[in-house]
Design a protein around this ligand. Sequence first.
Ligand SMILES: [Zn+2]
Length: 94
Amino acid sequence: MTMNKVQFQKGLSLDGFLKKYGIEAQCEEALAVARWPQGYQCPRCACKRVAMTHNGRRLWECLDCGYQCSAIAGTVMETTKLPLRILRLSEVGS
Ligand SMILES: [Zn+2]
């Protein structure tokens, strides 16, 4: 019987997963709450109807105009590739 390489991939433990992704997700949530304390509102058309999507970072997509916005879009940190967990909230605050 041949070895199925998919089954024998090195996995990520739950602890490793939370360290890698859990803290990042918590940072995105904290940034979103700090930026839009009354809830997300489209910066382009002011609509509040949104869908969530993802491109490596969490994105809010406006259901009226289709504009996509991340928690750091429109800030000085917009183009950073750094993990959000190492950014300071004051650097991304609106
Ligand atoms: Zn919009």
